[in-house]
Design a protein around this ligand. Structure first.
Ligand code: PEP
Length: 251
């Protein structure tokens, strides 16, 4: 790893997995146990339907579980939605907010993301706040500005920066097999680090910044060695325990 921070390797299962997929968590816990103490913190964010069983399957291991989203309200008339407190109750310690698929599929704005991050912190969850530019924005040379705008508008009002994680996920790299150059990852993570330090001082220097977008066993070591890359948010390659563990082992 590039820093002395303990990395976090987080898996986002998205809308994949029924009860049979819990076997992957069992296998992952065995792989982690057999390897001795993992150098990274490990988080799996399964679909909400599996959260409680996933937390029971991971119980007593080094694997934490988290939600993929929460509602911005604590409770109420929001059919089909899930509150931050419900995630905590189901065993979650973290929640992803502002994933680009939520921003695109559900029209979530950065203001919505901020409200979700606020309610997550209030429920004792660590929000993993996603930011990232589209391909058109990168080609137009506006990636840094877009990410700075998302950062300014998506971070919670609540808290002092000690309990948040940022995930930089270029939208065009998610699920596509494409990744930015190592130099581009380094530049963006340095940019986000500067934003964190300007806003939170020492807590910003200590906060973790994950990279996400087509991380897989074959590129994990190189990406995870980039300065200010403090872990990874992994989609497709988190679905199989062996692939995901190979990324953990590369950290
Ligand atoms: C993600 O969904 O956050 C992600 C990074 O997906 P993938 O690893 O499949 O690109």
């Amino acid at each position: 790893m590039s820093t002395d921070k303990r990395p976090l390797i987080a898996g986002n299962w998205k809308m994949n997995g029924t009860g049979a997929a819990l076997a992957e968590i069992s296998r992952l816990r065995n792989l982690v146990a057999d390897s001795g103490a993992a150098r990274a913190d490990i988080l799996i964010c399964p679909p909400a339907t599996l959260l409680h069983r996933a937390s029971e399957t991971a119980s007593g291991s080094a694997i934490a579980v988290g939600g993929q989203d929460c509602h911005a309200a604590a409770s109420g008339a929001h059919t089909g939605d899930i509150s931050a407190q419900m995630l905590t109750d189901a065993g979650a310690t973290h929640v992803i907010v502002g994933h680009s698929e939520r921003r695109t599929d559900h029209g979530e704005t950065s203001a919505d993301v901020r409200a979700k991050a606020d309610v997550a912190l209030g429920a004792g969850l660590i929000p993993v706040i996603c930011v990232g530019e589209t391909e058109a924005e990168r080609e137009a040379g506006s990636a840094n500005r877009v990410v700075a705008d998302q950062f300014a508008s998506s971070l919670p009002d609540y808290g002092d920066g000690t309990e948040i994680i940022i995930a930089y996920e270029p939208v065009w790299a998610i699920g596509t097999g494409k990744t930015p150059t190592i130099a581009d990852i380094a530049d963006m993570h340095a940019h986000i680090r500067q934003l964190l330090v300007e806003r939170f001082g020492e807590a910003g220097a200590a906060a973790r910044i994950l990279y996400g977008g087509s991380v897989k066993p074959s590129n994990a070591e190189e990406i995870l060695s980039v300065p200010n890359v403090d872990g990874a948010l992994v989609g497709g390659a988190s679905l199989k325990a062996d692939d995901f563990f190979a990324i953990v082992a590369a950290s």
